[in-house]
Design a protein around this ligand. Structure first.
Ligand code: BES
Ligand code: ZN
Ligand code: ZN
Length: 497
C-alpha cells in the first residue's frame, strides 16, 4: 500500500474520498476552520441538527460540491464526546469505516488524522488504529459463486492528512497495515473449504512465508513422523487418505538460539470427530479447526515484517480427523512423541493429541516458553461465549506479560483455573499415562490441561480460540467467518516480551 502525506490542504488532495472524525465539540478543534469553509458553510448547522451525526460509530457519507478539488465525498465518522473514546472503540469504528469504503468500492482514500485525536489518543495511535481497523473492516470472504460479477476491490493508496512529523506517523500506519493484512490472511486460511486446504497446503503456505521472510523451515511428512514416533498426530491421521504434516518455522533474531518462544498451533483441516463422530450439525464449520495454525502463521507473517528482537519457533501439527477402516478408535492406546502413553476415550478430542507432539517438538527445537493456540473445545464457548478466548497457564509472570499484549490489541482473553484435581483426572487411566477425555464438566480445562502435560515445567500458556476464531455473524472488524483471533496479540507480545 502506498502511503503519502498531505499537508492540511484539502484542495490538493488526490483521493476522491476523505475520512474525517466528528466529535461533539467539533468547532473547537484546531484546524476545523480550514476544513469547514472548504466543505460547506452549512457544516456547523448539519452537525448541530444531526444531519452529520457525532454519535459514536455513526457514519455519514456526504458529497463534496466544492470546485478545485479531487475530493468527491466525505466519510464523516461520529466519535461522540471524544473523551470517552477508548482505543478499542476507535479500532472498531475504523472497522466500520473500512466496511463503508468497501461498499463504496473505494481503492484510495485520504484521512484527516487529527480529527480523530482525543485527550487520551494521540495522532500516532490514530494512524496505527486507522490502518488496522480500516483494513480489517474492508476484508471480504473469497467465495466461489459463479453468478457473481462483483470484482474484488482492495485498498492500495492512502493520503495521511497531517501537520505532524510524517516519519513516525507513516511508520505506525504501515505497522497497523501489516497487522491487519496478517489478520486477513489468517481469516482466509480459516475460510478456505477443507477440500482446498489440506495439511500439505498449509505446509506449502508456511514454506512460502519462510521464503518471503527468510525463516528456517522444516516440513515433516508421514514417513518422517513415523520414524520419529509421533503417535499423537499419526493416530489422528490414521483414518485419512491425506498425509499429515508437522510444520516448523524459525525466526532467528539473535546470534544465539536462546530465550526462544514456541508458538504451537492446532492445524486440523477438518474435524469429523472420527469414530466419536460429530452429529451432522456439529460438523458443519469444522473446516475452521485449523484456526490455531492460522493464528500462528499470521503472527509469523507480522514477525517476518516487523522483525522483533526475540527468537521464535513456530510448530504446527496438521492433519484432518477422518473415519475409515484404518482410523483410530476409542479404547486405542497410543504412544506420543514424548513417550507418554494415552488411552483414547474420545477420537473427537483429537486436537490435544496433535498438540502433544507439536509441543514436545517445539521444546526439542529449543522453546523456553510455550504458547499453544487451538480451537480445542466446545467447552470454552459454554464458559465464555464467542467473544472471549479462554486461557490456562502454569506460569503467573509469563501470563501477566502476555495479558499486557491483549490489552494493547483489544483481544479479550480470560484465564480459567487448572488445579491439581484437574490434572489428576487427566492422568487417570487403567491403561496408560493419560486419558484424552476425562469428562464433559469443565472440559475446556481438561483439553488445555492435557496439552500442559507435555509442556511440563516450561512456562506455558494455552489459548482456546474455539469461540473466537470463527465469527457467527458479521462484527465491526469484519464479516462472518474467520476472525484471525490472536494473530495481533501473539505478534504484539513478541514485540514487548
Ligand atoms: N474442534 C473441536 C472443538 C470445537 C468445537 C471447535 C466447536 C470449534 C467449535 C474439538 O476437537 C472437539 O471436538 N472437542 C470436543 C472435546 C470433547 C470430545 C472432550 C468438544 O469440545 O466437544
Ligand atoms: Zn474434535
Ligand atoms: Zn478439533
Amino acid at each position: 500500500m502506498k502511503i503519502e502525506q498531505q499537508n492540511m490542504s484539502f484542495e490538493t488532495a488526490k483521493a476522491e474520498t476523505i475520512v474525517i472524525g466528528v466529535q461533539k465539540h467539533q468547532a473547537q478543534m484546531k484546524n476545523w476552520a480550514k476544513f469547514a469553509p472548504f466543505f460547506s458553510a452549512a457544516v456547523e448547522a448539519w452537525l448541530k441538527n444531526g444531519e452529520i451525526s457525532t454519535d459514536v460509530k455513526k457514519i455519514t457519507v456526504f458529497p463534496v460540491t466544492t470546485a478545485n478539488t479531487h475530493i468527491k465525498r466525505v466519510v464523516f465518522v461520529g466519535l461522540g464526546a471524544g473523551k470517552d473514546l477508548t482505543e478499542e472503540i476507535l479500532r472498531e469504528t475504523f472497522g466500520l469505516v473500512g466496511k463503508q469504503l468497501k461498499s463504496l468500492k473505494v481503492n484510495e482514500y485520504a484521512i484527516w488524522l487529527e480529527s480523530f485525536v482525543t485527550p487520551a489518543i494521540e495522532e500516532e495511535d490514530v494512524a496505527f488504529l486507522a490502518a488496522e481497523g480500516i483494513e480489517m473492516g474492508y476484508y471480504t470472504i473469497a467465495h466461489y459463486k459463479t453468478t457473481s460479477n462483483v470484482a474484488d476491490s482492495y485498498l492500495d493508496r492512502v493520503e495521511l492528512v497531517t501537520e505532524a512529523e510524517i516519519e513516525q506517523i507513516a511508520m505506525n500506519f504501515e505497522v497497523g497495515h501489516i497487522y491487519a493484512q496478517a489478520v486477513n490472511e489468517a481469516r482466509t486460511l480459516v475460510n478456505l473449504p477443507p477440500n482446498l486446504l489440506k495439511a500439505t497446503d498449509l505446509a506449502d503456505y508456511a514454506v512460502n512465508l519462510a521464503k518471503q521472510y527468510d525463516f528456517d523451515v522444516e516440513i515433516l511428512d508421514k514417513a518422517q513422523l513415523e520414524e520419529l514416533g509421533m503417535g499423537g498426530i499419526l493416530s489422528v491421521n490414521q483414518g485419512s487418505a491425506e498425509e499429515p504434516r508437522m510444520i516448523t518455522l524459525k525466526y532467528k533474531a539473535t546470534e544465539e538460539w536462546t530465550d526462544v518462544v514456541g508458538l504451537v498451533g492446532k492445524g486440523v483441516t477438518y474435524d469429523t470427530g472420527g469414530y466419536s463422530l460429530k452429529p451432522k450439525d456439529g460438523m458443519v464449520g469444522m473446516k475452521g479447526d485449523m484456526g490455531g495454525a492460522a493464528a500462528v502463521l499470521g503472527a509469523m507473517k507480522i514477525i517476518g515484517e516487523t522483525r522483533p528482537n526475540r527468537n521464535v519457533v513456530a510448530v504446527i501439527g496438521s492433519t484432518d480427523n477422518m473415519i475409515s477402516g484404518l482410523a483410530f478408535k476409542p479404547d486405542d492406546v497410543i504412544t506420543t512423541y514424548s513417550g507418554k502413553t494415552v488411552e483414547v476415550l474420545n477420537t473427537d478430542a483429537e486436537g490435544r493429541l496433535v498438540l502433544a507432539d507439536a509441543v514436545t517438538y517445539a521444546k526439542q527445537h529449543g522453546a523456553n516458553y510455550l504458547i499453544d493456540v487451538a480451537t480445542l473445545t466446545g467447552g470454552v464457548i459454554t464458559a465464555l461465549g464467542f467473544d472471549k478466548t479462554g486461557a490456562l497457564t502454569n506460569d503467573e509472570a509469563f501470563f501477566e506479560s502476555f495479558m499486557e499484549a491483549t490489552i494493547e490489541t483489544g483481544e479479550f482473553v480470560w484465564r480459567l483455573p487448572l488445579t491439581e484435581k484437574d490434572k489428576k483426572r487427566i492422568r487417570k487411566s487403567d491403561m496408560a499415562d493419560l486419558n484424552n477425555s476425562p469428562g464433559r464438566d469443565g472440559h475446556m480445562i481438561f483439553g488445555g490441561g492435557f496439552v500442559g502435560e507435555f509442556a511440563e515445567d516450561t512456562p506455558w500458556i494455552h489459548l482456546d480460540i474455539a469461540g473466537t476464531s470463527d465469527a457467527q455473524a458479521a462484527h465491526d472488524l469484519g464479516p462472518k467467518g474467520g476472525t484471525g483471533a490472536m494473530v495481533r496479540t501473539l505478534a504484539a507480545f513478541m514485540e514487548h516480551f
